[in-house]
Design a protein. Sequence first.
Length: 291
Amino acid sequence: MDKTKVFKEVKRYAFMILGCLSYALSLKAFLEPNNIVGGGVSGAASLIHLLTGLPTGVFIAVINIPILIFGFKKMGWKFILRCFITTACLSLATEFWELILPEKEVLIDTITSDGVLASLYGGILQGIGIGLFIKYETSSGGTELLGRLTHGLLPFGTIATHVAIFDGMVVLMGALFLNSLENILYALILIFVSAKVSDMIVMGLAKAKLCYIITTKAEEISDFLISHSPRGVTLINGEGMYTRTPKGVLMTCVKSKQIVGLKASIKELDENAFVIVCDANEVYGKGFNHI
């Protein structure tokens, strides 16, 4: 294994550990102290902890291990091994925070007893963890893997449908056994925030703008942009279907702060140009991120 691959693996597992610590902190600092049960295996383990006092981390592993065993044939040993390592790390991280953090009553007094705030910040921490798992290609298995397995046996809907069903069952059990319908409302906040934050982690915060410029002066505009900007320009030949006249469609990608200057330049060269500006979440290539 060369140095590049070694560095990649070290980086993968370093961020996996960080993701596990973040995810586990959401359980121990925000969700469990406020009796909030989210979806997934971690939610089921939290529910068992809240009902019995048994360790959350232990039950994260106990529930996941049968899922990983059943998933071995379908997903292959490399994927299952990574899932097992992540599951073990998440279990240990959960118990680590259990030892480090003060008692439940103290956490409620010092951090928050507000269910909305707990759901919000718990969702942020879970989203960071999930985003890091996705970005660095690690997984703890859980309901995502279970959904893949059941979809293979009962192929209705999509894998996401199966995952949502399992997560929904955990949330409903939390509301039932804890005798709190508010748990469903808090869980929805938790899931929504977690999904948004994980998307931000995966896609990145450095958004760019994708611009389409439909103009009869494609040469003049492209020459100007190339000489006055470090960004490349691509010409797509088109035809205005109403006037039946040939038009150039210029495509370029710029950073958000450059969009104002770009529009001003286009207006100066062709005030009749038709400009479409779209958000670009990920841009790879010269001047942006390395692919």
